[in-house]
Write a protein that binds this ligand. Sequence first.
Ligand code: SF4
Length: 274
Amino acid sequence: MFGAPYDRFTTDEADDAEFKSVGDDASVSRRDLLAEFDLTSHVHATADGYDVGVPTYLLLSSSLRSDDWRLVNRALDDGRVPVSEPELDTLLQQAVRERVAEGLPLDVPDEIADALEAPATAVRDVLADMDLTREIDTVVPELFPPCMQHLLDQVQRGEHLPHHSRFAITSFLANVGLSTDEIVDIYKVNPGFGEEMTRYQTDHIQGETSPTEYTAPSCATMKAYGDCVNPDDLCDAINHPLSYYEAKLDDEDDEDLEDWRDREETDADADAEA
Ligand code: SF4
């Protein structure tokens, strides 16, 4: 999805190491990208490549999984992080990826939407048959699968989440019965989540402003994106985070289950009385 623009600008750079402006309006240079993302003053050319200011480096590398990108594994030079040309290209690719993801979902022209309607309906039917969103309406975070507990924890610690992780935890919370308002409330503690965008994305996932109620990603997808964290024994027996949660709920005595929303209300009442 992001490969074409990235290939285009790296090809341009290979042809033009001096950052000469390219005449083809379909092309983009590395310098153009640095300017586009307001990075020109944060990324400096050096004899061996480039160096990047630490805050900018942390921001751009936050979604990169390899340990090589961790700041503790980098040689700092006077408070800056030296990177090679290919590494800078990877960091810029992340900036492009984030920009594209922020703009999703895109409006699709009617003729394309019409052409996709039949296969989209077939996929919806198959997903409905899988019944992954069995009527769960009980929210007990301690019984969430480890991956979702981890993502929820990151949200509440105010950490930045890449788009796929945000989609995973938001769709999971929606699937287990939280309303858009309740999800927006959870995200309020995280300054990185704009309320308007969170509400828009959550309504879309809930099917309020889209034709589909989205289901949280399967374990295979979570693994592919590096979002499968701390799997335990039960994970060996399931293939979807919602199946994990259903199994955990089934194991519990109904009378012992206390919904998180009831707990919040009780706590609020206690605070009001105090
Ligand atoms: S195996 Fe599935 S449920 Fe378990 S942590 Fe990984 S993604 Fe989550």
